[in-house]
Structure formats: C-alpha cells, structure tokens
Write a protein of this length. Structure first.
Length: 277
C-alpha cells in the first residue's frame, strides 16, 4: 500500500477544444509548473490539450485550478490515481499537430462525438449481444487486460485503427458500437471519425478504463486483467492501484512480474527467442 503521507498524485486529463494560441499556452503552463514539483507531459494542439502529470497533492491541485480558470478548460475532467513516487522523470510541455495522433485532417471531436456512457451504465451496454464492443487501444495493451467480449483490432498504433474500421465495420454503419480506451481520448476521436464516416449509433466509455476501475467494484466489474499505462507503473488494477506487470527488458512489451515462463525480466516471446537461438 502507498503511504498516504508521502504519496504522489497522478492526474490524467484531456479536452478537445479549439486553441488558437498553443505556443502561448505552452509558455504559460511551462512557467507555472516550473515553480512547482510537477513532472509528466502536457500536449497542446489546435484541437485541445492532453496530459498526464504527477506531483504533491497541492501542486497538482494548483495546476488543475490554473487550467480551469481558463474558460476553455472550465469543465476539464480529471482522473486521479496515486504512486509511491513520481512515475515520470521530467516535465515537458509540447505543441503538436494533434493531441492524439490519428492522421485525419478536419476531424472535430469538440463538436462531433459519440454518446458518452458513464461507468455505472457501461456493463448493461456491453452485455447487450447486439452491441459491437471495440477496444481502440493497441494490441499489447489489449493483451494484458480488456473488457469481457471486446474485439481486438490488433493495431500497433492508433492511426492504424482507421484500417480496422474500413476492413471490418464499413459495411455495417447502422450497427450499435461501444468503444473504450485508457482515459477516453482515443475512443472519443475514433467516435468522431465513425460519425463522420456515416455511422449512426456510436457510444464511448466516459473517462475511459481508468474511471471505470476507479468507480466500479471488482465484484461487479466486466473488466478482465490490468490496464496498461504509459509511465513507470506499467499497469493498474481495480481501485487504480498499481498492478503486477513490468516492461520486458529486451522489447519493452508488458510482462507479468514473476511469470514462470519469463526469465531475466524478459517477456515469454523474447525468452523463447533467446533459448531457441
């Protein structure tokens, strides 16, 4: 268990909103956070903001309050989890073309997106046999945990999700679709794309897997496994507590710590490749 007196707060947030001055906001946030013990990454683009940052409770609260004082981020939603120490080594504020790379110019998730489904209503939705449940994350993320009955597009990057849509879903635009991802940003952008392509009944998990794991008790959950996160914690389980995975020392893929099939901090695939060489 994490010592509450010395814990580090981890805040994940994003918002699709028009930002005409990304470089100005970059300078302001860089200056504001430089005065505080904040680490992690904030991405800013004309389409919005996306970040995961860590620090003492008071410093993270100050950053969120600063953002919410800006009318563009007044309704900013934040998902909190905790770590024993900073899960990031440094702090960066970057200006990018997109806050999550998809490669489709002109998408406007700020004005066109699917129906948001709260975690308390998610189980009922994905238990409907007529609903197509899709994990919009990458294949290695799916491999350590996903929702019961979810489809795996087997992508290696989010931009490849477009190919899955065109090959597997294009002929069924009236199908009821429910999508999810770690924190909500990928499925929100994917839902915008689906609607732009003529799909009519698109739903997404509000707050993503992290919010679901925070709010839904394990004994009521349809989540199976752990949720990969892009920091030193590697994976989280119910209650958004640190899970039992680490990264393979050779290929960087997540592997379950202590797996009998894995030696020397290698995943099973790398360990097998070495033994057969």
């Amino acid at each position: 268990m994490i010592d509450q007196a010395v814990r580090t707060t981890v805040a994940a947030f994003y918002k699709f909103v028009d930002i005409d001055d990304p470089a100005v906001l970059q300078r302001e946030l860089r200056s504001f956070c430089a005065e505080r013990d904040v680490k992690g990454t904030i991405l800013i683009a004309p389409e919005g903001i996306n970040a995961t940052i860590s620090g003492p409770d008071a410093d993270i609260a100050a950053v969120i309050a600063r953002l919410r004082s800006d009318a563009r981020f007044a309704t900013l939603g934040v998902k909190y989890s905790y770590a024993a120490a900073h899960p990031f080594k440094r702090f960066k504020v970057k200006v990018k073309r997109e806050i999550v790379t998809f490669g489709v110019p002109g998408l406007r998730p700020s004005t066109l997106t699917g129906h948001l489904v709260e975690p308390k209503d998610w189980n009922a939705l994905i238990s409907d046999p007529d609903v197509v449940v899709i994990d919009t994350r990458n294949d290695y993320e799916f491999g350590i945990g996903t929702f019961e009955g979810a489809r795996n597009p087997r992508t290696r990057s989010f931009s490849a999700f477009r190919e899955y849509i065109s090959s597997e879903l294009e002929s069924t635009p009236d199908k009821k679709i429910a999508m999810f991802c770690t924190g909500g940003i990928r499925c929100e952008k994917a839902s915008s794309y689906l609607l732009a392509q003529g799909f009519t009944d698109v739903h997404q998990l509000s707050g993503g897997i992290l919010k679901y794991l925070e709010e839904i008790p394990a004994d009521e959950s349809l989540w199976r496994g752990e949720c990969f996160v892009f920091d030193e914690r590697v994976a989280l389980e119910h209650g958004v507590h640190r899970g039992h995975h680490e990264l393979c020392a050779r290929c960087g893929s997540p592997r379950r710590a202590g797996d009998a099939q894995c030696d020397d901090h290698l995943c099973a695939a790398c360990n097998g490749a070495i033994q057969s060489a």
